[in-house]
Design a protein around this ligand. Structure first.
Ligand code: C5P
Length: 231
């Protein structure tokens, strides 16, 4: 049985490997994320095929950032693909332009707060203002939601704080940086287990390497699903 709380990141290089992975996983997963690594490998064609031929939900993770007019045009174009979620950077002007671009479609715009692979030393290197990384993520989430984002992408370690924001009422929280019990962190720094992320208020968890790098991805999916709280 599939569970839409789990989104599997198809971080493989091309449409052929993406389809092969989705076929190996089968009915256990109903929601896939396609990201920048697949952009030149047929990512949009894969999104189309998984949606139209296999009935899957699609999260296109483009993390767009540009001037408002360009964001609006890009999102208007992407919204013609029957996508479910699209990411943009959480800067308010970007979020507002994305909302304009998707007008009249069911696409949900998710704002990126601070990447789950970053910690305070990375923020220092990027000249981001001093302060606790959780506080800055929270401020960025509040700004993006107030600007009209349908939800935010955040570390599971910030999910509970974001869920408590008045701006987050009725909005989506989607958390990458998920590591099932016993799996390697890789380059992710602000991680949690599937159960913890959902308990802290995430609507969806994104899991990549622990599934697609597994010798048997369908087994890895079942292990993640077993960790999710029963609804
Ligand atoms: O392999 P892993 O489970 O770490 O994959 C996480 C996925 O979520 C990757 O596709 C990555 O691009 C994405 N992501 C993230 N942090 C964000 C937004 C997206 O790790 N803030």
């Amino acid at each position: 049985m599939s569970d839409d709380r789990l989104i599997v990141a198809l971080d493989v290089p091309n449409i052929v490997q993406g389809l092969e992975l989705a076929n190996r996983i089968g009915d256990a997963v109903n929601f896939y994320k396609i990201g920048l690594g697949m952009l030149t490998g047929g990512g949009l064609a894969l999104a189309n095929e998984l949606k139209q031929e296999h009935g899957k939900r699609i999260f296109l993770d483009m993390k767009l950032f540009d001037i408002g007019a360009t964001i609006e045009a890009a999102v208007r174009g992407l919204a013609q693909y029957d996508l479910d979620f699209l990411t943009v950077q959480g800067d308010p002007h970007v979020v507002r332009a994305a909302q304009e671009g998707k007008r009249g479609t069911g696409l949900k715009i998710l704002a990126v707060t601070i990447l789950t692979s970053l910690d305070r030393s990375d923020l220092d290197a990027n000249l981001i203002k001093p302060g606790d990384i959780h506080d800055i993520t929270l401020e960025r989430a509040a700004l993006a939601l107030a600007a009209g984002a349908d939800g935010v992408i955040a570390s599971p370690q910030e999910a509970a704080l974001i869920r408590a924001l008045p701006e987050a009422a009725g909005k989506l929280i989607v958390t990458p940086g998920i590591r099932p019990l016993g799996s390697a962190a890789g380059d992710q720094k602000r991680i949690a287990t599937p159960a913890q992320a959902i308990a802290d208020g995430a609507d969806h968890i994104v899991v990549g390497r622990p599934i697609w790098q597994h010798a048997d991805p369908a087994t890895a999916v079942r292990a993640v699903l077993r960790e999710l709280p029963i609804v």
